[in-house]
Design a protein. Structure first.
Length: 101
């Protein structure tokens, strides 16, 4: 069974790597490709449900009808970054940011 990762190509690591989707115990998550492929980065996992929660909350605050599909997500999210401490920041195309611990 293939899973359609909603945040594909949107998540960037502090090391310069891209995050890629991975099912872990049937839970969609993302990890750094440099960690996954080479072990040259720290394993910092970001769960898709957490990202969806924050994007949906942002949409509610903005009066936008949330849609759970890759096209909608890519239409409003500019980039998601993960820093060295594992803190995640969602940057939206309207210029706003959300920090996630």
């Amino acid at each position: 069974m293939n899973y359609n990762y909603l945040f594909t190509k949107l998540i960037k690591c502090y090391c310069g790597g891209n995050y890629r989707g991975k099912l872990e115990r049937k839970v969609p998550s993302y990890i750094c490709s440099k960690y996954s492929n080479y072990g040259s980065c720290t394993r910092r996992k970001v769960k898709e449900d957490l990202l969806l929660y924050y994007v949906e909350r942002f949409c509610r605050e903005q009066g936008i009808t949330f849609e759970k599909n890759i096209y909608f997500i890519h239409e409003i999210v500019d980039i998601i970054t993960v820093n060295e401490e594992g803190k995640t920041t969602i940057k939206y195309k309207n210029g706003e940011e959300q920090k996630i611990s």
